[in-house]
Write a protein that binds this ligand. Structure first.
Ligand SMILES: Nc1ncnc2c1ncn2[C@@H]1O[C@H](COP(=O)(O)OP(=O)(O)O)[C@@H](O)[C@H]1O
Ligand SMILES: Cc1cn([C@H]2C[C@H](O)[C@@H](COP(=O)(O)OP(=O)(O)O)O2)c(=O)[nH]c1=O
Length: 200
């Protein structure tokens, strides 16, 4: 089963993801951007305020393609539980917003375009847990270490996540990320246990 954690920077994804290691010691824990050289290229682009939005989309997407073939597909073939800190929805929401901010880069609907780019080759998660947080709190928690971590930008990313939740209500489960860390972890663990058919 493929489970993904999504949300704005600072929503607490990594905190939850790390805590889940102890509860699911046999699961495959992974993340995007990955730690491959494709992931390194992505981080170079994140640091570059002048990066071309379309070029950046394809760097992230290259990292995702490699992630699929190197980690995700083999793990799912073994029937492992895979828990990924960010996945395709991050691209739909973030690069959708970046492209929109660049006047759509000639695209009528950037979010739909990014979804379409993924459709032929990507694997849809079975469950996506969305840690929902307002952009101001998210930006404050994350600090402003890169260009993505600004509240105004995060507000448009959040709008895109809302669109994704609306179009796919069966896959997404929303968790209130304004709660204290322990409560966010428990809520996430409950959703996961439910999906795995575990009694808690
Ligand atoms: N529920 C929470 N309430 C308050 N602060 C939190 C919460 N979850 C995480 N944090 C803090 O916010 C910052 C970002 O958390 P992190 O888990 O790295 O978020 P993300 O991976 O979504 O960017 C860290 O300093 C972390 O300790
Ligand atoms: C995976 C992914 C991340 N991002 C952004 C979100 C983050 O601002 C940045 C780095 O991701 P990440 O290291 O997960 O940051 P954080 O832990 O703060 O959430 O890359 C995209 O814009 N598109 C993507 O497809």
């Amino acid at each position: 089963m493929l489970v993904t954690l999504e949300g704005l920077d600072g929503s607490g994804k990594t905190t939850v993801w790390e805590a889940l290691h102890e509860r699911y010691p046999d699961a495959v824990f992974t993340r995007e951007p990955t730690n491959s050289w494709y992931g390194d290229a992505v981080y170079r682009s994140i640091e570059d305020d002048d990066a071309d939005p379309l070029a950046e989309l394809f760097l992230y997407t290259a990292d995702h393609a490699d992630h699929l073939s190197r980690v995700i597909e083999p793990a799912l073939e073994r029937d492992d539980l895979v828990i990924s800190d960010r996945y395709s929805d991050s691209r739909f929401a973030y690069q959708g917003a970046t492209l929109e901010a660049a006047d759509g880069h000639g695209l009528a609907d950037p979010l739909e375009y990014v979804v379409d780019v993924h459709r032929p080759f990507s694997i849809e998660p079975d469950l996506t847990i969305y840690l929902d947080l307002d952009p101001e709190t998210a930006a404050a928690r994350a600090g402003t270490t890169n260009k993505f971590e600004r509240a105004e930008y995060l507000a448009s990313v959040r709008d895109n996540y809302e669109r994704l939740l609306e179009r796919d209500p069966d896959r997404f489960v929303r968790v209130d990320a304004t709660q204290p860390p322990e409560a966010v972890l428990e809520a996430t663990a409950d959703v996961l246990a439910d999906a795995l058919g575990e009694s808690r």
